[in-house]
Design a protein around this ligand. Structure first.
Ligand SMILES: NC(=O)c1ccc[n+]([C@@H]2O[C@H](COP(=O)([O-])OP(=O)(O)OC[C@H]3O[C@@H](n4cnc5c(N)ncnc54)[C@H](O)[C@@H]3O)[C@@H](O)[C@H]2O)c1
Ligand SMILES: O=C(O)[C@H](O)[C@H](O)COP(=O)(O)O
Length: 385
């Protein structure tokens, strides 16, 4: 069997030992020629895979080690009889930590307490539901918008326009879709961006085109009161320098880039491939990459939730580091091509980042009330997932 894979998928040699020939390529360069004699194609979000790309090739399985699937022509691949698998939820924890770090930084930048904010979550799936659980356990009020789930009788959802009118913070966690009644392309258009409350915070770690970036640039020129954190960009891998300058936080699509999330993604695709090949999945992630502890935490005085967010998480992940690296890259880029390459390099050479375990931290720091709230809100430690 011949497997062609994005070079940025970790642990593939270990998981796929004995499966056959493994060819690794830069994700953005994988095309029809790359897969002309491949049986399996494993990608990340930067490789667009259409049915046309696979015509005349023996590819029968496409796996994306990511949550998002908007880079795959799902209907076309299904019609062509190609089996497709993704890695739902693999890096959801990392995105939650990214958002928490944004909240802390935006709070410090605006000198307004994050505890007093009402956070609107757009898209309440793997990421949005974990974020809601965590914020509720930390005592932060959340409002939820997810029409597809509302249609499935999920309660407590409100419309996007109502969310925008009632929330101080909007965080986007929807897939990028262009068709159907709940299409998310330019979901936040100029009208909705202009309707954001005075001093509102907007965080996008879903996909760039969910927010109309041209409209955002225009609105931000007129609304310096808005604080924006963008991890995803409509023109990725090119970042609009003017838009980045108008954001408080600008990062290179790394919200989910914890090592844990990447490894879970590989493990999930390994399991899906084994199911497709009807062979037992004999390897588990814990065998190949033992989990590290949450580390030791020095309890500091102050409200536990505040300490947990402001100190513990900062020891695990600080979004300001990624913001500084992206801004330095954009400033140094002497051409748009250099900027595109710099964006990809920041992601390829991303520093080691392990997820923290809020439940274990709050327990370890004898903060039973926070641990109890996390448990009560359905937040579970990552040990079993
Ligand atoms: N920046 C990153 O590193 C990063 C990491 C992980 C995921 N993502 C992106 O975030 C997206 C969400 O991740 P997830 O794991 O929560 O996906 P998910 O599929 O579990 O949840 C998405 C939710 O959005 C809802 N939804 C769909 N259309 C909607 C609309 N118009 N309005 C409101 N809600 C809508 C769905 O019903 C679903 O509940 C992914 O599709 C991916 O594109 C980005
Ligand atoms: O969809 C996802 O899982 C995330 O957006 C993830 O960050 C994509 O990472 P990439 O495949 O671009 O390396």
């Amino acid at each position: 069997m011949h497997i062609v894979a994005d070079e940025n998928i970790p642990l593939l040699d270990e998981f796929l030992a004995g499966f056959g020939r493994l060819t690794r390529l830069p994700g953005r360069l994988i095309d029809h020629t790359s897969v002309k004699d491949a049986d399996v194609l494993l990608v990340r979000s930067v490789t667009k895979v259409s049915a046309a790309m696979l015509v005349g090739t023996p590819v029968r399985f496409v796996g994306t080690c990511t949550i998002g699937t908007d880079h795959l022509d799902l209907p076309g691949l299904a019609a062509a009889g190609v089996e497709v698998a993704s890695a739902p939820g693999c890096n959801a924890r990392g995105v939650v930590e990214y958002v928490l770090s944004c909240l802390l930084t935006l709070s410090e930048r605006s000198a307004s307490a994050w505890q007093d904010k009402t956070v609107g979550i757009v898209g309440v799936g793997e990421v949005g539901s974990r974020l809601a659980c965590t914020l509720q356990a930390l005592g932060i009020k959340t409002l939820l918008c997810d029409p597809p789930r509302a249609e499935q009788d999920a309660d407590g959802m409100i419309t996007l326009d109502e969310l925008i009118s009632r929330c101080d913070v909007i965080s986007c966690h929807v897939p990028l879709t262009s068709d159907g009644p709940h299409a998310t392309h330019h979901l936040l258009n100029e009208q909705r961006l202009a309707a954001l409350r005075p001093g509102a915070w907007l965080i996008n770690s879903s996909r760039g085109p969910v927010i109309d970036n041209t409209a955002l640039n225009t609105v931000l020129a007129q609304r310096p009161d808005l604080l924006v954190a963008l991890d995803v960009w409509e023109t990725e891998p090119l970042v609009d320098p003017q838009l980045a300058a108008r954001c408080v936080l600008a990062t290179p699509h790394i919200a989910g880039y914890s090592l844990d999330g990447k490894l879970r993604g590989t493990a999930q695709i390994y399991q899906a491939l084994c199911r497709f090949l009807d062979i037992p999945a004999t390897l588990a992630l814990e065998q190949l990459a033992p989990r590290t502890g949450a580390g030791t935490w020095i309890m500091e005085p102050g409200p536990p939730a505040d300490w947990l967010l402001s100190k513990a998480l900062r020891q695990v992940y600080d979004v300001r580091d990624d913001d500084a690296r992206l801004r330095a890259m954009v400033a140094a880029a002497e051409s748009e091509q250099a900027s595109r390459e710099g964006f990809d390099r920041l992601r390829k050479d991303y520093p080691l980042r392990r997820e923290c375990n809020l439940l274990r931290i709050s327990t370890a720091t004898s903060e039973p009330q926070v641990a109890r709230r996390l448990l009560a809100a359905g937040f579970v430690s990552d040990d079993e997932s």
